[in-house]
Design a protein around this ligand. Structure first.
Ligand SMILES: NC(=O)c1ccc[n+]([C@@H]2O[C@H](COP(=O)([O-])OP(=O)(O)OC[C@H]3O[C@@H](n4cnc5c(N)ncnc54)[C@H](O)[C@@H]3O)[C@@H](O)[C@H]2O)c1
Length: 322
């Protein structure tokens, strides 16, 4: 058994949105390491299909219909997981949705829905699980799904990008808080690049205004998906970096090798994915004291940030006059 297997085998994973895409890959990979897996998903059928499959392959798994926007439902899920599978050693707050269109065209209800799922859903996971992790007294971990969109900006996906910056900030704060409270729960942020999933198909669009602009963005992102990584490969990379104790868990380290200061942590630099272009960065701890990686970036170079979207290659924008 490799180092990753040694660290995670016999543990219990609770993952939200584990019925599809990134979450499904994380659930399946965790099970392959010997973890029991609890899946919370608003799509009960999808979650149950994954859990049934894991059980058929000899694993331990359960699936529950949970809307991550509902703290009561997350609490009930946590109770069931602790009761049926034992103490959760890894919580992955993964459930998330996308939204396309110019910000002024985005329906108010879609804005609130996205922020409630992508940001409040993560908060609810923390609220439901941290007290139970403390009571159980078992060293445990929380990984939250940000995105490469959490360290970049782009047009026609603003609600999503805002939410992923927020999740990264939430996760950085949570790490500092757990450390300062001397609680044995470690925290990491997962920043995937393109991974095969249903997120763009099920993304919201706009009903009035420039519908075509929103749909053009969806088409561009669906094209990006043609070259996306499989969820299982993404999960393998994430778990390897998690086992190495990294804070930023990347599926595509070469994307972070663009000259932004979030950079790449040591184990990600060693990943086989075009690691030659990775930039050297200070240890994660240094970046975390006081400032988020984005703040350091903005202050250091007085440049904007990398911008992607509409299938165009990433480029740099200067927010200031040269
Ligand atoms: N796929 C990518 O390329 C990519 C890149 C960066 C980040 N991410 C992040 O990965 C996470 C998973 O996305 P994905 O791409 O696998 O999408 P996906 O649509 O394939 O899967 C998302 C899952 O979340 C579930 N879900 C949606 N709303 C929910 C709710 N309110 N409560 C509970 N479950 C809910 C869905 O039913 C689905 O099973 C998201 O947070 C996303 O932002 C994905």
């Amino acid at each position: 058994m490799g180092e990753t297997g040694k660290q995670f085998a016999d543990g219990v994973l609770a993952v939200t949105g584990g019925g599809s895409g990134v979450g499904e890959g994380l659930a399946r990979y965790a099970a392959s390491l010997g973890m029991a897996v609890a899946i919370a998903d608003i799509d009960h059928e999808a979650a149950r299909a994954v859990a049934d499959d894991l059980v058929r392959s000899g694993g331990k798994a359960l699936a529950r219909k949970v809307d991550v926007r509902d703290l009561g439902a997350m609490d009930a899920f946590a109770d069931e997981v602790y009761g049926e599978l034992g103490p959760v050693t890894l919580l992955i707050n993964n459930a998330g949705i996308e939204q396309f269109g110019y910000l002024w065209d985005v329906p108010e209800v879609s804005w609130h829905r996205l922020i409630d799922i992508n940001v409040t859903g993560v908060f609810n996971g923390v609220k439901a699980f941290v007290p139970r992790m403390v009571r159980a007294g078992v060293p445990s971990r929380i990984w939250n799904l940000s995105s490469m969109g959490g360290v970049s900006v782009g047009p026609r996906q603003a609600p999503y990008i805002v939410s992923k910056h927020a999740v990264l900030a939430l996760t950085e704060c949570l790490k500092l808080e757990l450390e300062s409270a001397e609680i044995d729960v470690s925290v990491a942020a997962i920043l995937p690049g393109p991974v095969t999933s249903r997120i763009f198909e099920s993304a919201g669009g706009v009903e009035s205004g420039d519908r075509a602009a929103g749909e053009a963005e969806r088409t561009a992102m669906l094209k990006v998906k043609d070259a996306a990584m499989s969820p299982l490969e993404a999960a393998e990379r994430v778990f390897a970096q998690g086992a190495a104790g990294d804070f930023y868990l990347l599926t595509h380290p070469e994307m972070a090798a663009l000259p932004w200061p979030s950079g790449v942590s040591s184990s990600a630099r060693e990943a086989p994915h075009d690691s030659s272009r990775a930039s050297s960065t200070p240890p994660v701890g240094e970046r975390l004291v006081g400032y988020s990686n984005r703040a350091v970036h903005h202050m250091r170079d007085k440049i904007g940030t990398v911008c992607c979207g509409s299938g165009k290659p990433p480029r740099w924008y200067s927010w200031n006059n040269p």
